[in-house]
Design a protein around this ligand. Structure first.
Ligand SMILES: Cc1ncc(COP(=O)(O)O)c(C=O)c1O
Length: 402
């Protein structure tokens, strides 16, 4: 190719990138990487275990005892160490499933699971607020999709009632505690609908694992419905203070995923010392009732304060508290002012959430205190006063999600 032509193409490509970045900036949607400062109110380390000495010790002793710092290949090649199988056995015992398969991340687990299980001839009923990893997995499956409004069981039932002729298999996909809204899926209603209409149910427990249910087993276990759900997904980067993700399912499904889930097959396994960390994490989390209780008390305290301050924080009752602000610009500005006041908070904007519902996403951890949270609520109220945001603009924005 002539040099001049190549240069022209490069500059056209550069212009395209520049235009897209400029468009993001003009919509207050340009993201930049920055370390979080101040009191961290946006971490998913819900039980405060990220710096726990017991987890450090588990990693240190795994390395001292000779576990390598690299796995050297995917699990199907050279990357399968015995400790992964021990870990999978232990998490299956803990969650109460027949088997479990460990993926390198929650994102790759959801993409791998959904793209492997669901075929183009199937139909999937998916909550409108589901995480990007679930959405991307569904896209890759090429199945027909029926997106129902967030938590709207009547709308889900209407979709399920529609003529699905030609669909080989029906699936319902939902988070249990929603990552951006902090509310809970009605698990027993989902199970009832799935059974009534012959659908399989897949539940992502990313923000419930470690946080709710007996010993932190999740919302499905809290409802006593583990045996009536096809698969539960348990990412480890949140309350489990680690990385990777457990997919809990039957032995047969595990074998199928080992053979068909592309992110599992075609990616180098994590180093085996991570398995030692996750084994320790399960034991610590199972015994963390005090931290779970502290977290629930802190969440109720802050929710009360923010509701008294007339903020729209949605209808949830969990450790994830959205403060709905509406426009991107306002969410960015509030977050910057809170950062200046010493609170680490991030604005959440489209495409993570629907347009017009930009928000601060507060995620609490058990190590915070009511004194700190009271200071935070006061800071938020005074920012709203300084910014002269009229109270009537605080009407439930979350209710207008598509
Ligand atoms: C509901 C949900 N599922 C999956 C993931 C992805 O997990 P990971 O961060 O381990 O890739 C996230 C991450 O935030 C999530 O919120």
């Amino acid at each position: 190719m002539a040099k001049g032509l190549a240069r022209k193409q490069v500059s056209e490509f550069t212009r395209r990138i520049d235009a897209e970045l400029a468009a993001l900036a003009s919509q207050d949607q340009l993201r930049c990487l920055a370390a979080i400062g101040g009191v961290n109110l946006c971490s998913n380390d819900y039980l405060g275990l990220a710096t726990d000495p017991r987890l450090r010790a588990a990693v240190a002793s795994a390395l001292t005892e000779g576990l390598p710092v690299a796995s050297t290949g995917s699990r199907l090649l050279s990357g399968n160490a015995e400790i992964w199988e021990v870990l999978e056995f232990e998490i299956a015992q803990f969650i109460g499933s027949e088997a479990a398969l460990y993926f390198n991340s929650g994102y790759s687990a959801n993409v791998g699971l959904l793209s492997a299980l669901i075929r183009p001839a199937d139909i999937v009923f998916s909550d409108a607020a589901n995480h990007a990893s679930l959405i991307d997995g569904l896209r890759l499956s090429s199945a027909r999709k029926a997106i129902f409004p967030h938590l709207d069981m009547d709308a889900l039932e209407q979709e399920l009632c529609k003529d699905c002729s030609g669909a080989a298999q029906k699936f319902i996909v939902s988070e249990s505690i929603f990552s951006m809204d902090g509310d809970r899926a009605p698990i027993s209603d989902l199970v009832a609908l799935a059974e009534r209409y012959g659908a399989e149910l897949i539940i992502d427990e990313a923000h419930a694992t470690g946080v709710v249910g007996p010993q932190g087993k999740g919302l499905v276990a809290a409802c006593g419905l583990s045996e009536r759900i096809l698969v539960t997904v348990h990412p480890c980067g949140k309350a489990l203070a680690g990385m990777g993700c457990f997919v809990c399912c039957s032995q047969k499904l595990k074998q199928y995923l080992v053979n068909r889930a592309r992110p599992f097959i075609f990616s180098t396994a994590l180093p085996p010392y991570v398995a030692a960390q996750m084994r320790a994490a399960i034991r610590i989390v199972a015994a963390a009732d005090r931290e779970r209780n502290d977290l629930a008390v802190l969440a109720a305290f802050l929710r009360d304060r923010l509701r008294q301050g007339a903020f729209d924080i949605g209808s949830g009752d969990t450790q994830i508290i959205p403060v709905f602000l509406g426009e991107n610009e306002r969410a960015v500005r509030f977050s910057a002012l809170l950062n200046e006041a010493g609170f680490g908070v991030r604005p959440i904007r489209p495409p993570s959430v629907p347009a017009g519902t930009s928000r601060l996403r507060l995620s609490l951890n058990a190590k915070l205190s009511t004194t700190l949270l009271a200071r935070f609520a006061d800071a938020l109220i005074s920012i709203r006063e300084r910014e002269q945001v009229p109270l009537q603009e605080q009407v439930p924005l979350h209710a207008v999600q598509p």
